[in-house]
Structures are given as C-alpha cells and as structure tokens.
Design a protein around this ligand. Structure first.
Ligand SMILES: *Cc1c(COP(=O)(O)O)cnc(C)c1O
Length: 433
C-alpha cells in the first residue's frame, strides 16, 4: 500500500483496498467475474467502443458467448435469462408491426403463447403449419407480410421431425428469416446455421447447464441478423448473472460426454419399450423404424435423452403408470442429470392440427442413472398400467386396449388432411414445458 492510500481512513481503505493483480491466476475452471460498474483507466476511455457497463456481460458472459458462437457456428451469441426469453427476445428483435410469422404446430407450448399474446398485441400475426407439411405447401403459405418461420425439431413432446434444410432453403429464396429452437440438440447434435437457418435458439436451462438448477437461453446468428439480435438484446436490456453464466460454462465442459450417455441410454430404453405388450408406439426419431428416423439420421449426429411412449389403453389408466415411478420424477423440463416423466395429452390438445390423444402419451427424459434400474422401474409401471387397463375394461369405464384408432403422430387426420382442432379456440394457452 502506498503511503497516500495508507493515510486514508479504515472505512475508505475497505472500499479502495490495495490490490495485487499478480494474484489473479489462470485456472482450469472458467473465470467468474461479477460486477455492474466497469472502472475506466482514464478520461479517454469514456469515448471508447469497448464495454463500459456490466449489463451486457463481463469476462464470464463473454467466455460463454464465445463458446456458443463456436458451438453453433455463428458470429453473435446473445444471452437471455431463460430459454423462453431467448425465443421471445429473438422473435421481437427481427419482427415489426404488420409482419406475420409462420410457426410449426409442434413448437414448445410457451412459444405459442408468446406469439398469440404479446406478438398479437404488437400487431404481428401468427399462422401454424403441421410438422410434416410438404415443402411446396409451406412455400404457398408465404405471403408479402411473412417475416419469420419458427421451427423446432424434433418437436416438443411428440418429437416430430421436420425437414429443416428444405424449409430454410425455401425461406431464403423468398427473403424470409428462419429460427430454430435447437434445445433438443443442445447445439451439438444438429447445427441449424450450417443448414441455412438464420437464428439458432437454445434453452441453455436444459443440457448445457445440465443440472436442473439454472435458467438461461441463447440466440446465435451471423451478419445482419446477428446485428439485429444484438440491437434487440441491448435495447431491451436482457442480462444474465455471472454466476449463472459460470454454471453454463461449467456445463459446457461435460456437455458432449453427458449427451452421449443420455442418447445411448434413451436408445436402450426406447428399444426395450418397443417390445412391450402394453406399449402402442415409441416416438424416438434416433431409433431406426420410428417416425422421422430417416430425416433424423440425415441431419442429426445422435439423439438426446428424450423418448415419448404411447401406451396401449385408455387415458384413464395413465395415472397407474405415472404413480408407479420413483426414479423417474414427475416433473416438467429435461436436460438435467435425472430421469423425468410427464403426461402430454393436455398439451397436445392445444395444437391446431389434430393428433389422436385417446391413448396415454408419456414423455420420458432418460437421465444418467443406471439404465437397468430405469428399465426395471418402467417394467413395473407398465404392469401397473396393464392391471389398471384390465380393471377399466371389466368395469366398462374405459375403452378396451387395442381398439383405438391409430395414432397420427404426423398431426394429420385419418384421411391425411390437415384439420384445425376446434378445441383450440376455447382452451387457454398451454403452460407446460
Ligand atoms: C424448456 C424449453 C424452453 C424454455 O426454456 P426455459 O429456460 O425453461 O424458459 C424452450 N424450448 C424448448 C424446446 C424447451 O424444452
């Protein structure tokens, strides 16, 4: 401490301590820098371009942004305080009043709610299309007001595949932007920007943070779209805490290893489920022979931990299955270390294009537990389900198993026509994850 500083009062010295910069060592762990105020070296710094305030992020957020640009192959990565905020932030950043957005019907539910509430209030209209729409039909939906096409694949809950490169090519030709919710792939299993998509959004909350304890989202883009994202994020004032950014950076260190393990375990569970008599259908595009596998195999390097199973019996028997689970927690979300299960029919009924929901549709997240333990638990839950179906059939309160029209995972009715679900107009927007 120089003599001038040593002369200051104790209270002043606590605020302006003698610091030794040589003590800031390089560590294997990411850097954690907290702060709001950035101290400038001198008067000239007030005019410089470099960050002068902490809202846009300090060293920790900068390191995370850099890694996300690397992962997704983009020039600009913006951070948001949740995955939903990343989706809404990116959509707001590129749309103006009078625009229209085209949204895939199997999109994450809260994205639908955002489009139908806030965007509608701002004079941006939304139209939906089914995940299996023919590229020509989608091209025909594009009008002069169409600004953005919002995609997600595999889709939420039913894991429907979409031909993203084909949609991106059509959109580009017509001067329309595309945004992919790339949460399933965690930026690793599929690279939207390399397939012609303009914006890749992720809920980092899921696999990147990976431990069920952080909310965060990202949007990555390049060129003019990247500049729009940046402008939108800066003008609205999105900020994420340094501690959360640190946890996201820590998650990135093990992301590939965790994803590989989730993906392999999910394939094992899906393969086992497919052979069970109480299972009507397994939705897991990474598994050969399931819906969407060909597209998936073409564009994705591997699957994640999600598997959706359609049980063979009435919906009234799903409680027996879910209440028999212990290792699989009953909880929304996925992408953490743990196994989870949720019933999906309530959310699927919010969609505009009909899917058969007469059988229980259960989404599983296969966690990092021992897979044999998980399969043993699912075996018991399927037995409980089969017993409940038997009781149901005897008392005549439910439909007998195996007597229900084929599920149309494509979102089409039996004739293959697109149908608008009349229940949608009366039901409130979906809230689930
Ligand atoms: C969870 C999820 C989100 C939202 O992430 P939050 O951080 O919970 O807001 C967005 N998209 C998909 C596909 C998700 O699964």
């Amino acid at each position: 401490m120089n003599t001038e500083d040593a002369a200051n009062a104790e209270s002043t010295r606590m605020i302006h301590p003698a610091t030794d910069d040589t003590l800031v060592l390089r560590t294997a762990a990411p850097v954690l820098q907290r702060g709001t105020t950035v101290l400038l070296d001198d008067y000239e710094c007030f005019g410089r371009k470099a960050p002068t305030y902490g809202r846009g992020g300090l060293a920790t957020q900068a390191a995370l942004r850099q890694s996300l640009c690397d992962l997704e192959g983009g020039e600009v990565a913006e951070l948001y305080p949740s995955g939903l905020a990343a989706l809404s932030g990116a959509i707001l950043a590129v749309c103006r009043t009078g625009d229209e957005i085209l949204v895939c019907d199997t999109i994450y539910g809260p994205t639908r709610r955002f489009a139908e509430t806030t965007m509608a209030d701002y004079g941006v209209a939304t139209r939906y299309f089914p995940a299996d729409i023919a590229p020509g039909d989608l091209a025909a939906m594009i009008g002069p007001a169409t600004r953005l096409i919002v995609l997600e694949a595999p889709g939420s809950l039913t894991l429907d595949m979409l031909d993203i490169p084909a949609v991106a090519a059509i959109a580009r030709e017509r001067g329309v932007l595309t945004l992919v919710d790339n949460t399933y792939a965690a930026g690793v299993l599929f690279k939207p920007l390399a397939h012609g998509v303009d914006i890749s959004v992720q809920a980092l909350t899921k696999y990147v943070c990976g431990h069920s304890d952080v909310f965060m989202g990202s949007a990555v883009a390049s060129g003019e779209v990247g500049a729009l994202l940046k402008r939108g994020a800066r003008s609205v004032g999105w900020a994420v805490s340094s501690d959360d950014a640190y946890l996201a950076l820590r998650g990135l260190r093990t992301l590939h290893a965790r994803l590989a393990r989730h993906g392999a375990a999910a394939l094992e569970v899906a393969t086992w489920l497919r052979g069970q008599p109480a299972v009507r259908e397994v939705l897991c595009p990474a598994l050969p022979g399931t819906p969407g596998h060909d597209l998936f195999a073409r564009d994705y390097s591997a699957g994640n931990g999600l598997v959706t199973v359609i049980l063979d019996g009435p919906e009234s028997a799903e409680q027996a299955f879910l209440d028999a689970l212990r290792l699989f927690g009953l909880g929304f979300s996925w992408g953490g270390f743990e196994s989870l299960a949720i019933p999906c029919n309530g959310q699927i009924r919010q969609r505009h294009f009909a899917a058969d929901t007469s059988n229980p549709v259960i989404r599983l997240h296969v966690g990092l537990e021992d897979t044999a333990d998980l399969i043993r638990e699912l075996d018991g839950a399927l037995s409980a389900f089969a017993a409940a179906v038997g009781e149901d059939t005897q008392t005549g309160t439910g439909q007998p198993a195996g007597n229900i029209g084929a599920v149309a995972p494509s979102g089409r009715d039996a004739q293959g026509d697109s149908v608008i679900n009349p229940a949608v107009a009366q039901t409130p927007p979906t809230m689930g994850v």
